[in-house]
Design a protein around this ligand. Structure first.
Ligand code: NAD
Ligand code: ZN
Length: 383
């Protein structure tokens, strides 16, 4: 017997936090959420949290602005109903929506090396669903646009089935919701992409939730020195809980931070992971790795007009530059096993959760992030 919700097939009226324009505080509005179409699922979101990627596209600095829009992509919820053709997932399943999908059929999904699905890879400009090119959200018949196919700042949302990971129903959704973006991204950037050998030295640029998850990955991989780099010195105290052993604030030096790191490490770090979104940090993160074997991994979302500039000699001297979305995890195939890492206590999530708020106070979460206060803020949709 599967669960059945009486709202199935109906338009649901519920609360959503609508961004009416770039940088404008979100407004809790009553929206209509249309039923899911072919290969779509409608979710009841129970918890969501704020990631810097939401803030960045909400500010829309140098980005194509798509408004009015419902942001949010780090969340956990329950399936309310499913559209035609959906067989793997049923009402009542516990799920994590993910900003980048897995169709399971394209050459990327079939490749062991890629999670860049041809159909469902991250798209920050599209505000509509693929099936009919329309939004499932509206207010008085006027469309409100989606964000990265998830729009979790709403009590109900419609998502492509390929962007939904079905997880252990025992997993506490108010904790594992942070695995739907930031923590999996940072962890995977280190474990799946940077792959630090045991005993190596790893530099982490940006000690927000994503960077600290990358540090946690370095600790799990057996790195012996983990050097945190951040412009905000308040981050260091917190970072110690995540295995960060040394701290560098670029503002404390009058030379490039890559030179500071080279001096600290006899020529460069073995691995670096950039989790800031700053182009300067990206270049430093690449240049600070050791020649011959160093690997740098970019995670931060850059500005539209940024260009990566480095002298080609850095590449010739056998430094490697990589990048990743979602830590190279395939959302449907791999995310359930990351949830299991939390369930069997290999991975702690509580320490990433520094604030909790009722949905009505969602704008405060934006303030915390803009001030660089805390890591993840869990927003309780039902409160
Ligand atoms: P956050 O704002 O919580 O943390 C970012 C940290 O970087 C802050 O502590 C800030 O002080 C620091 N910082 C900024 N500029 C810096 C610089 N030049 N040098 C050193 N430190 C600097 O953000 P977050 O939620 O942890 O996200 C981090 C980045 O990862 C963002 O750019 C976000 O958009 C991106 N992101 C990427 C993916 C992906 O799949 N690639 C997924 C999630 C988030
Ligand atoms: Zn995110």
């Amino acid at each position: 017997m599967s669960t059945y919700f009486s709202t199935q097939g109906q338009v649901i009226r519920c609360k959503a936090a609508v961004a009416w324009g770039p940088g404008k505080p979100l407004v809790i509005e009553e929206v209509e959420v249309a039923p899911p179409q072919a290969m779509e699922v409608r979710l009841k979101i129970l918890f969501t949290s704020l990631c810097h990627t939401d803030v960045y596209f909400w500010e829309a600095k140098g980005q194509t602005p798509v408004f009015p829009r419902i942001f949010g992509h780090e969340a956990a919820g329950i399936v309310e109903s499913v559209g035609e053709g959906v067989t793997e997932i049923k009402p009542g399943d516990h799920v994590l929506p993910v900003f980048t999908g897995e169709c399971k059929e394209c050459r990327h999904c079939k490749s062991e090396e890629s999670n860049m699905c041809d159909l469902l890879r991250i798209n920050t400009n599209r505000g509509v669903m693929l099936n009919d090119g329309k939004s499932r959200f509206s207010i008085n018949g006027k469309p409100i646009y989606h964000f990265v196919g998830t729009s979790t700042f709403s009590e109900y949302t419609v998502v492509h089935v390929g962007c939904v990971a079905k997880i252990d129903p025992e997993a506490p959704l108010d904790k594992v919701c942070v695995l739907s973006c930031g923590i999996s991204t940072g962890l995977g950037a280190t474990l799946n992409v940077a792959k630090p050998p045991k005993g190596s030295t790893v530099a982490i640029f940006g000690l927000g939730a994503v960077g600290l998850a990358a540090a946690e990955g370095a600790r799990m991989a057996g790195a012996s020195r983990i050097i945190g780099v951040d412009l905000n010195s308040n981050r260091f105290e917190e970072a110690k809980k995540f295995g960060v052993t040394e701290f560098v604030n670029p503002k404390d030096y009058n030379k490039p931070v890559q030179e500071v790191l080279a001096e600290m490490t006899d020529g460069g770090v073995d691995r670096s992971v950039e989790c800031t979104g700053s182009i300067n940090a990206m270049i430093s993160a690449f240049e600070c790795v050791h020649d011959g074997w160093g690997v740098a991994v970019l995670v931060g979302v850059p500005n539209k007009d940024d260009a990566f500039k480095t002298h080609p000699i850095n590449v010739l001297s056998e430094k490697t530059l990589k990048g990743t979305f979602f830590g190279n995890y395939k959302p449907r195939t791999d995310l359930p096993s990351v949830v299991e890492k939390y369930m069997n206590k290999e991975l702690e999530l509580e320490k990433f959760i520094t604030h909790e708020l009722p949905f009505s106070e969602i704008n405060k979460a934006f303030e915390y992030m803009l001030k660089g206060e805390g890591l993840r803020c869990i927003i309780h949709m039902g409160a």
